[in-house]
Ligand binder design. Structure first.
Ligand SMILES: Nc1ncnc2c1ncn2[C@@H]1O[C@H](COP(=O)(O)OP(=O)(O)O)[C@@H](O)[C@H]1O
Ligand SMILES: CC(=O)OP(=O)(O)O
Ligand SMILES: [Mg+2]
Length: 407
């Protein structure tokens, strides 16, 4: 069974085809800078690499181009698109309606449209991807996998803000949490690596990519997470501020910032990038620190401090901790961040093994000392595999129902 996984961003479209017999990736591609004069296209399939720069006007054209490349005799992996059995889409905001992945029908599309207001940067491109795929593969079942759904188990006390209750009723203002597919995948993988049932574990998963979030997971269920109503809250990120005093936004608007300017400032010009005045990328920050750049060091210190502070508060709400899991670009590849965060947590019995931390960098496994009270792990996230697994499960269910109806 072959599944196409689509992750549409505001100006990009990432795709993969997975062969579900052995869960292997047959092809992986990326179209970036959609809508600009020059868009980048990259695809890799079994060692064959394709790269090109051309104008791609919208998501439909991007997906069309991807479909051509997938079936290209030289660079592709399929003879024809008919080999695709199902499509799985990443959808960032599922609002309060969706607490698991679903087969996409008109009603689901309508609900995703309704939630677009809650995630203006993410849901509209997700919808464009869904509509383009439905047009190009009209007979193939499509599944939506939501970033928010794994966080649905959060109790009211964790998801309500200290705002008038009527704002929750009127506008659904509450914490939703994001990156749920990644938190779900790495927590499951960590319990396998630790050879312990999820029901025995109190866990904190740290998804540290360009966007970053933490989840406190109590015996398999999320009880708190650092992103909120939008993916702007919480940790310091590549270009996003994370937590700030909301009074700062009021102050800036009184100083003449428009809503769009404030949005741009907090989402695209803040975080590690804003503090360092240099880059959102931890690799550049490391180089800056090595060259004695003071702002790079400051950005790094603020990033690590915020992370440690959040982990400490999650150990409190979990009433203990069995496992701390690092994942995504920074979590998997940056041994300094892992080391420096864990050094803050020594008091809680979190002891990182310096050698294992270096040895397992960019790999997967346990990096705590044998006498640490808490298992510390690196797990490589694989949101696409999780989306494909959900899509397969829902596709099988759908097939069984269709068979029953035929009988
Ligand atoms: N070798 C590395 N060392 C340190 N940080 C890295 C390394 N490779 C990637 N990163 C960090 O990971 C980030 C990208 O993470 P990723 O999970 O791929 O992000 P996203 O999926 O949000 O685009 C980069 O911006 C960079 O900060
Ligand atoms: C929801 C979110 O922040 O996603 P990303 O990290 O992919 O931007
Ligand atoms: Mg990511």
């Amino acid at each position: 069974m072959k599944i196409l996984v689509i992750n549409s961003g505001s100006s990009s479209l990432k795709y993969q085809i997975l062969e579900m017999e052995n869960e292997s990736c047959l092809v992986k591609g990326l179209v970036e800078r959609i809508g600009e004069q020059e868009s980048d296209i990259e695809q890799e399939s079994e060692g064959k690499e394709y790269k090109n720069i051309t104008k791609i006007k919208d998501h439909e054209e991007a997906l069309k181009k991807a479909m051509e490349l997938i079936t290209d005799p030289e660079y592709g992996c399929l003879k024809e698109l008919g080999e695709i059995d199902a499509v799985g889409h990443r959808v960032v905001h599922g609002g309060e309606e969706f607490f698991s992945s679903v087969l996409i029908d008109e009603e689901v599309i309508k609900a995703i449209e309704d939630n677009a207001e809650l995630a203006p940067l993410h849901n509209p491109p997700n919808l464009m991807g869904i509509k383009a795929a439905k047009k190009l593969l009209p007979k193939v079942p499509q599944v939506a996998v939501f970033d928010t759904s794994f966080h649905h188990s959060m109790p009211e006390k964790a998801y309500m803000y200290g705002l008038p209750y009527e704002l929750y009723q009127k506008y659904k203002i509450r914490r939703y949490g994001f990156h749920g597919t990644s938190h779900r995948y790495v927590s499951k993988k960590a319990s396998e690596i630790l050879k312990k049932d999820m029901k025995e574990l109190k866990m904190i998963t740290a998804h540290l990519g360009n966007g970053a979030s933490l989840a406190a997971i109590d015996r398999g269920k999320v009880i708190d997470t650092s992103m909120g109503f939008t993916p702007l809250e919480g940790l310091i990120m590549g270009t996003r501020s994370g937590d700030i005093d909301p009074g700062i936004v009021l102050f800036l608007t009184r100083k003449g910032y428009s809503v769009d300017e404030a949005d741009d400032l907090l989402n695209k010009r803040s975080g590690v990038y804003g503090l360092s005045e240099m880059s959102n990328d931890m690799r550049d920050i490391r180089k800056g620190i090595e060259n004695g750049d003071k702002k790079a060091k400051l950005a790094y210190d603020v990033y690590v401090y915020r992370l440690a502070k959040y982990i400490g508060s999650y150990i409190t709400v979990l009433k203990g901790l069995d496992a701390l899991v690092f994942t995504a670009g920074v979590g998997e590849n940056d041994e300094h961040v892992r080391m420096d965060v864990c050094n803050y947590l020594d008091f809680f019995g979190v002891k990182i093994d310096k050698e294992k931390n270096t040895l397992l960098n960019r790999k997967e496994g346990i990096i705590s000392t044998s006498d640490s009270d808490v298992g510390i792990l690196i797990v490589k996230t694989d949101e696409e595999l999780m989306i494909a697994q959900d899509t397969k499960r829902i596709f099988k269910k759908f097939q069984n129902v269709a068979k029953k109806i035929e009988v």
